[in-house]
Design a protein around this ligand. Sequence first.
Ligand SMILES: [Zn+2]
Length: 457
Amino acid sequence: MTATGIHWDTIRDEAVTYLGDLLRIDTTNPPGNERAAAEYLAEVLRREGIEPQLFEPEPERVSLVARLAGTGERGPLLLQGHTDVVPANPDEWSRPPFSGEIADGCVWGRGALDMKGTVVMQLMALLLVKRLGLRPRGDIIFAAVADEEAGGFVGAGWLVDHHPDLVRAEVALGEVGGFTVFIGDRRFYPIQVAEKIGNSLNVTVRGASGHGSQPIRDGAMAKAGEVLRRLTDNRLGHHVHPAAEAFVRGLAQAQPELLGLLDERRAAAVLAEMGADARHFEAMLHNTASPTIISGGNKGNVIPGSVEITVDGRIIPGQTPESFLAEVRALLGEEAEVVARRTIAGDSATAEQQAQRAVQAAGIPPTTEAPVNEFFAQFQPIIDELDPGALVVPYLMPAVTDARWFARLGTPTYGFGPVKLTPDLPFWTLFHSADERIPIDGLLSGTRAIFRVLERW
Ligand SMILES: [Zn+2]
């Protein structure tokens, strides 16, 4: 078999089998239980003569690392993915979320896009390199890790802390990116090159407490209401990161009015015209602070003296926790005590785990930034093969991924797992949503695209 003699139909069927099997392994995080997924991948690799290493820092939380040797002329390329998935409520799905069913040309299931589908593309691309006997100049590392959806503390974070030499690479491919975005009559493939910084906050308001039979109109409850109103009615600072600017300028080729998003004075008006897409663009261009948990009072007839609101805060790279805090404080006024949240990802973690994670998190660099360079430039011709006429654009991810952990080792991650979608199957409605699915053709084209990168490494 040569690179030109690959039987892509067979590869497609093989990829569909692997993905279906992985989707049927329930790795909902929490609790994760990624062991079965890691062992499944290990078995596939061993059959091909690749011996992986498995790590289990906590019971059932297994991550896998495998390596294919290159000639050593350059550093390794890391294919990084996670095997855990976010929860799925079967009542909201048209098919059981852990069935791996095939219907309407798609493989269905929680994780089909995020990101077992991409893990399978990476796996297939790696197997092809091995089967063809290719010797890339640098090693290819394949890491399928646990725990990304809860912060990566017992997955990528643990590997980076305990086995840095196994995963250190010149560059990495991971999530999120390479899914078709439709603007006007043009198609775009955003590739993640940077991501926002998580910075959750606790907001506490205080006031007189007393018996519920006698109203208190200016107490903690009223102040909490005011905090919620201010947080949801207003936007924080507008900060244009270079990746967000490149993204918007790219998309503006199809819809010039989008350029207004880059101008602080016009951004709100443009967002107002965008409908459901606005949330996403707003997050890419602003620091954000979304209230998520409110707690106060513990007795039905006592007006509480304090109410605490947990706020999911996200900072645009380049801004600092201090400048972010200042923005939130300015918005909420002096009555609200605003502090950075001490709890580190994973509210179900024990106190001991929390403490350990806080230490781990202290070492996380502010964010990951992958340069838009020669390496990035190869994505356009690859997408040209997949979807002629479509344009590759850099992308600022408004959430966090494991890329920030690998960045600690100096490894930049590009979100590249290309899937050609159709206008009736828009990416942002599938990611972490009910009826998550991946077109079978997309699974194959993504495999081919990642294989192209490996071929050239
Ligand atoms: Zn993911």
